[in-house]
Design a protein around this ligand. Sequence first.
Ligand SMILES: Nc1nc2c(ncn2[C@@H]2O[C@H](COP(=O)(O)OP(=O)(O)OP(=O)(O)O)[C@@H](O)[C@H]2O)c(=O)[nH]1
Ligand SMILES: [Mg+2]
Length: 359
Amino acid sequence: MRIGIIGLPASGKSTVYRLLTHGQPSHQAGQLGEASISVVKVPDPRLERLALMFKPKKVTPANFELVDFAPLVKESGKPASPGTQLLPQMRQSTALLMVVRAFKDERVPHIEGRVDPAKDAATLWAELVLADLDVVEKRIARIEEAMRKGKKTESHQELALLKRCYAALQEEQPLRGMSLTPEDERLLRGFQFLTAKPSLLVVNSGEEGGASPDDLETLSATTDLQSRPIALSAKLELELGDLPPEESSTFRAELGLDASAAPRLRQACYDLLGVMTFFTVGSDEVRAWTIPLGATALQAAGAIHSDLAQGFIRAEVVAYEALIRCGSLAAARHEGVLRLEGKEYLVADGDIMTIRFNV
Ligand SMILES: Nc1nc2c(ncn2[C@@H]2O[C@H](COP(=O)(O)OP(=O)(O)OP(=O)(O)O)[C@@H](O)[C@H]2O)c(=O)[nH]1
Ligand SMILES: [Mg+2]
């Protein structure tokens, strides 16, 4: 699970990256080519509550990887050429965080010499569409060439599908919005199209709050995203995060700011990935695990370890609220809310699971 931060030069990508990774005890920062990569832990009050109940030696939150990419458009205003390292790495992200600048600051020049988040979002969007269009065009040309040479090919279906993609992209429609059969999805998966990825727009609004709710609505419309943009002041939030808690809450009150934006943004990132959480509990470790929405008990077992999936017998399952109400696993069993489920059970977000398996 990886989220890539993208945006124009000096929009505040690295500041948002630092904000999201701030105060994370062992965030394993590293390099991915030119980009920085970190593991971000996802806050979850349920995990803290379970830790109080089980008093484990170790508490392990869910996490995702976060990548701080170089700007998508070069300083000169010319688009980064698709031949660079950047695009293939961006394609490997599960989802994208698009940062646009709304803050005004004379000391930080803007490539176009003006601050206009809606225009920047449109520019960014056009870059993604162009990058996908480039891939589609090349692949179509290749298939048609092979067909002309009379090679036996089974790519007719792929060709028809790519032509649909081409038409959508020409209209600047994201591939995310196309209706696809499971077979279509299989055919397209390998291309890792950028406009097919779930994306969230972050408006870096600056100290004076540079983006109004109306601006956000316009931005929403420009980029055709499913989720509403999030406005925050990355630099200010980062600075407040460095202060002792009492001082930072005094400043927040004075500035009329809500609670810290970092946990909210971490949560929004996690939601963007289209995943859910189940928990394993015990005296050694209480841990949050990440699985796709709609995953089965067997997939959940596999997320823990492939041995658990291979030797799967049954899962003992209790919903989070039911366990909290009962106060312990023993009480939950006694009250009959701890159930035995088979491989096909559809895991619900927040389930506490114990996998029974043969070794
Ligand atoms: N005043 C103000 N300055 C900001 C804000 N966010 C970022 N900056 C400043 O803008 C400059 C660029 O911020 P970065 O976070 O490095 O931006 P970036 O998008 O990573 O930049 P590149 O990687 O060079 O494209 C830095 O000097 C930041 O301190 C903000 O909300 N307000
Ligand atoms: Mg940067």
